[in-house]
Design a protein around this ligand. Sequence first.
Ligand code: GLU
Length: 281
Amino acid sequence: MTFVTRFAPSPTGLLHRGHAFSALTAWTAARAVGGRFLLRIEDTDFTRCRPEYETALIEDLAWLGLDWDGPVVRQSERRAAYDAALDRLREMGVLYRCFRTRKELMALAGGAPHADDLTDAGAFTCGPLPAAEEAALIADGKPFAWRLSLAAASDRLGGFERLTWVEETADPGVKTARPEALGDMVVGRKDIGAGYVIASVVDDAAQGVTHVIRGEDLIQTTSMQRVLQALLDLPTPVYRHHRLLLGQDGKRYAKRDGSVTLMALREAGVTARELRAELGV
Ligand code: GLU
């Protein structure tokens, strides 16, 4: 079987050293075994993505000396496939509408900023509303998100104990899905439709990805992706979650930290060879 991996950035900001490390780790792994390296732009959330960031990241990757196989895939062009998966989940009865606003959810969580970029205020379990209450809110045109009910998913799948995957980098071994910590995650939104978790499992399957190579900040999300793979009858790739690079302050690099963007490094005259030597990939 051909080894297929991908780099899947979201164009919500400029790439930094952490992205360079991730892209180089995946590219090197593919090239070392004569496999394929794909570039997928994860731009489902059009409220946060910008075309100029996509242009910049393609320039950054070319500057790093990376090449990719086949055309760049943009998730914004594949919305129909994700919405079909969302429809399938809805028909299975594992989704419910959540009418709470982000502000209401934050207040319920005692103001703790649980939401991160990917889970989109997902670490909450509201539970479905009584039918009459829900019908009234729909009639009022109140916006809602679709959440995946872990209770319903567990019933359908006979529990999560059999949902495993092979992890090859971070604490290697066979892992079992433990999605509970993420709560009933938002998998579809009124504005953008199906979001990141659905799009990524649909595309990893559609693109024949055999190895998902990405940062260990996504280990927890893997549990949810494993549940979605089981519900949607999609294959499970092997996962390699690599360590995250830390900045001088000991914190992991973030897009908001403009000083360490690859663009800034390029403009300061750092060469790709120097950066690769520094990153050790
Ligand atoms: N688009 C995600 C990110 O930029 C990566 C998702 C993945 O590699 O599965 O964090």
